[in-house]
Design a protein around this ligand. Structure first.
Ligand code: SF4
Length: 235
């Protein structure tokens, strides 16, 4: 790992935070709502997720057992605004089956304990990949894991902070090692907000084609060879 990486990543956060302010992620009133949102947000915008969650709240079923006992067709119908609603209903039910049947509906038990074990439990559930698992662990389980998504990989690759073909685990390892110097008490909030800031920059500036580097808060941190070319392979 380059010795310049840690200072660069800390500087990146300072610049994004100064531009956007603290993001107070994840949007959700309870840890369970955060987990539901993490499953529903796959391949759709957050506004669509909010509409699906509003449906669940209106039906008073946004709780583990109530959602698990909802007939699958009714669950899918209420998830319709989130898109791919049949697929997401199956994934949500797979998560609920483990939460309700194996962990007595206690989310703190499912997400708690040693990080590696909790992560492995989630990854073993149908439809939960690394990004979803890490989002649940970081924002609902208060576990120190860094969320790496397509935005993160694109931004990091364009700035030369990781190899263009780096895996999520490799980028996660770089972040964990570089941003771990803070006292543990502040690290959770720092990592939670760091990911939120990267999503903001990814959506607003670091588009797959024609990135808006001139007005991006990370523009001054681009490598000396200047503006990145479009990266369609990562879109
Ligand atoms: S838009 Fe440009 S400056 Fe901003 S993160 Fe992407 S590559 Fe970096």
């Amino acid at each position: 790992m380059s010795p310049q990486l840690a200072p660069a990543l800390r500087e990146a956060y300072t610049r994004m935070r100064r531009r956007n302010g603290h993001q107070h992620w994840w949007p959700g009133e309870t840890p369970f709502e955060v987990c539901v949102g993490a499953i529903l947000t796959q391949n759709t915008s957050w506004s669509n997720v909010e509409r699906a969650i509003a449906n669940l709240k209106a039906a008073r079923v946004l709780a583990p057992r109530a959602l698990y006992t909802l007939p699958p067709a009714q669950l899918a119908e209420r998830l319709r605004p989130a898109g791919y609603f049949n697929v997401k209903a199956r994934r949500l039910r797979a998560f609920l089956a483990v939460l309700v049947e194996d962990f007595g509906s206690e989310l703190s038990r499912l997400l708690g304990g040693p990080l590696g074990e909790a992560r492995a439990r989630l990854l073993a559930i149908h439809g939960i990949g690394p990004e979803t698992a890490d989002s649940m662990l970081l924002y609902a389980g208060a576990q120190p894991t860094f969320v790496v998504d397509a935005y993160t990989k694109r931004i990091f690759a364009r700035h030369g902070w990781c190899a263009p073909n780096a895996t999520c685990e490799e980028v996660q390892g770089l972040c964990s090692a570089s941003l771990d110097q803070r006292p543990a008490a502040g690290r959770l909030d720092y990592w939670q907000d760091y990911h939120a800031q990267l999503v903001m920059v990814g959506k607003d500036f670091c588009r797959p084609r024609q990135p808006r580097c001139e007005v991006c808060p990370l523009g001054p941190l681009l490598p000396p060879n200047g503006r990145p070319v479009s990266t369609p392979a990562q879109s």
